[in-house]
Design a protein around this ligand. Sequence first.
Ligand SMILES: Nc1ncnc2c1ncn2[C@@H]1O[C@H](COP(=O)(O)OP(=O)(O)OP(=O)(O)O)[C@@H](O)[C@H]1O
Length: 594
Amino acid sequence: MTAVQEAQAQPVVAPPTPATSRRATLVDLFRFVGVQRGFVGVVLGLGVLTAATTLAQPALVGRVLELVADGEPVGRLLVVLAAVVVGGGVLSGVQHYLVQRTAEGAVRASRRRLVAHLLRLPVAEIDRRRTGDLVARVANDTSVVRSALTQGFVESIAGVFTLLGAMIAMLLLDPMLLLVAFVVALVAVACVAAVTQQLERSSHGLQRAVGELGTATDRALRSVRTVRAANATENETARVVSRVDHAWKVGLDVAWVTALVSPLSSIATQVCFLAVLGLGGWRVATDHLTVAELVQFILYLFLLILPLGRIVGTVGAVGEALGGLSRIGEVLDVPEEDEGATRLAFAGARPNPDLALVLENVSFRYDDGPAVLDRLTFAVRRGQRVAVVGPSGAGKSTLLNVLVRLYDPVAGVVKVDGQDVRERTRSQVRAGVGYVEQDAPVLAGTLRDNLTLAVPATDAECRTALADVNLLDVLDRSPDGLDAQVGEGGVMLSGGERQRLALARALLARPTTLLLDESTSHLDGLNEARVRDLIDSQSAGCTLVVVAHRLSTVVDSDVILVMDRGRLVAQGTHEELLRTSRLYRELARTQLVR
Ligand SMILES: Nc1ncnc2c1ncn2[C@@H]1O[C@H](COP(=O)(O)OP(=O)(O)OP(=O)(O)O)[C@@H](O)[C@H]1O
């Protein structure tokens, strides 16, 4: 079996994993907080101290009552009691601050991880998803998790200490009373737990609705010119507002479920107190308990109910957080773009630097769609100027995407410098390639940001690069010079200026292969000739593959590849193709700009 046959037989990469719906668990939430382990330790330590000061208070009050009953002085004990109360307050303040800090730290860590992951997702995966939704996951879903933490998650863990301490004290005072209080509290917790499951589901739905709202808003703002010019502002507003209404409706579901939690816990509290007061009064009347002990017991009951109430509230917030975490996890579960370098058992020929690009029977399709590249085979020698022409949708831009390894072919072999690209990492392949894409070659930010995206450059180098592509006048338009903003997607520049700025950036990185996806009509004749001269002068030995829409670009090329419906239907020079290819003659006559 030849290398080509073997390559055809096996897909180069597995198709990207489809987005899965997953449910986050408490373990995920602990892991989320776990990144701030040090702080969590301190918060818990403070929780124990706060619990100790809180638990000491009923005991001290009980002692004061006993001393008063015996006619003993209580002055010193009252000072101790005041100190314990104030100390507990201070500790609780510090604990609050640290909890907020912990939550912010955890959110920061998860946002960093999520952003780093998003920017490394395979391009095919990003194609499938909607930007607004991904942005919502970074901004909203992480915030929801933060709310759960600040609304008492960590505090509740500390509150457990108070709860346990109170239970022990109550057990010592009157086990029977404790049993009654405990059973009532347990029933309440069971009810709340059932409600929480529903809350988690509703919350996931709410986050999804907010994501959809982000997507709709993103779409409307991105296309604001088209929308305005088409008098479609009303329609588009209605579309976004329908997403707002949907989020509101799902929000009401969450509100409805959350509303159940609060009355449940207050009914439980009241029942608990009534039961203890009734039974406790009877225990005092039957001499099983003193009045001071009953007062102590009731104070401890407060200490039991308070953290319990907080825990119940937290359970609700945790339900919402798990909804947010599930959505974060869904994205994190999608594997990142791998470097894609493998040692091929059948790797044959040694690298051949004379052959800049070789394609052997390369086929590609997006997802399960039809073949967009169909068994392409051609070779480009180093330093050649190659033009790719073909009707719209022929697969020209896709070919460039495959060459820069944004997508891997489903069959066939791509060689750069004579070496199978699968033997190199994507970074290695891209290091030598400059790519100027057709539609969005400029990023929001300053001119400098755009020029130094790939490699650092001094101001002088940036100016020279701009002069080379005839863009020096954009520097004069603003007193900010290189720090002038270019707007979202370079909207403050013309289409041709965007392409030339992107070209300046690509050339600054001194590529050995330049892939240029020329967009129709963006390059005027004068600038186009200038750019061609620049590429010729600056990049001796640089291979140029240009998806061309101008006849002048095409005529001057060493080789012209004619594509139609994913297939290479002809190749040769302009004169040869005029003689041999009917499609080329047709393109030259009707489609290529003169
Ligand atoms: N990200 C994508 N996901 C799914 N299909 C895609 C994607 N990008 C392009 N296609 C499809 O692949 C086919 C080839 O598209 P491509 O952009 O490569 O053509 P092209 O020859 O560059 O066209 P044009 O000259 O109009 O820019 C088209 O049918 C297009 O709909």
